[in-house]
Ligand binder design. Sequence first.
Ligand code: DP6
Length: 361
Amino acid sequence: MELEGFVSKSYRDHDDPLKFSWSSPSNIALIKYWGKNKDQTPRNSSISFTLSSCNTKTSIVFSKIEKQIDAVNFTISYDGNIKNDFRPKIEKYFASIIKYCPYLLNYNLEINTKNTFPHSSGIASSASGMSALSLCIMSFEKEISEEQFSTDFFFLKASFLSRIGSGSACRSIYGGFNIWGKHKDFEQSSDLYSLPINQSIAQEFQKFQDTILIVDENQKDVSSSAGHSLMDNHPFSMDRYEIAYKNTSALKIILEKGDLFAFCELVEKEAMMLHSLMMTSHPSYILMKPETLEIIDEIKSFRNVNKVPVCFTLDAGANVHVLYPEKYSKSVLEFIISKLSKYCFQGKFITDHAGKGPKKI
Ligand code: DP6
């Protein structure tokens, strides 16, 4: 779909306040998005799966205002308490989406949000937060729109708006596995939004588990946006984009065939490449902690000794996502408790798994 298709043209006023609420999950990337263009399109395709327990619940009350102003009028609360430090990111988001949702200028938006995972867990909330926000906006748009409004369009535009808020957020709109970024092996894939790719996934990957080991609870040393910009003048950027493109093709085949050990190898390679890019950028960042490396070693040897297809992936931080099929849950959780939890901050970890996607509440 072309950009113009996302501009909402014909809508009616709604005088009474309307409230919409969505719960939207975080997602974990297997092929990493790292490097973006000015319009928040990615430099390479990425593949992720949507989680279930780690999510953000957001509600928005839309109330008509008498006089239109030139920026979206809103309040933002976290769990009922006004949170003005969230404003700059949301102001920027509204300024960027207003050409696609011009009706927002006629309303006051009372936004209330809350994450199910602790704020200080080191888990990024931008994917779940921006997708939940965009879904509330789409529910409102659907209510006031005078145009034909299919379910497909509803989610496509929700993914499109989420991407503008935070790139990875566009991959949280659908359950299961998702692709974002134009790629020849995925028909209709786009840089503007993500699409679900569940039809062709082997049953070995259904109900895939992700246990997040909390190594570091602190906010990241480098924000995602600053991190992406490190790719602009990176000496390895061109090679990286080419490799990510090839890894996207390779992961597609692995997911279709159900090849669990090939999955482990590829997903770990992607995580290590992401961190090697950060280590070799200018300025450079080492975001792994000594405990992260201990955990990686333990996972590799557990896999080799026990022939269990368990692997790790990392985002731009020290925490480790341990990925494995549901049928190995018992042995992997025993392994996590006995061998890995000692490396976690206060022994903390969060068990999650591939989920069905956002829910209207
Ligand atoms: C390392 O989506 O958080 O988690 O678009 O600037 O909001 P912005 O970045 P963000 O980047 C996520 C990067 C990553 C890899 C991934 O999720 O693909």
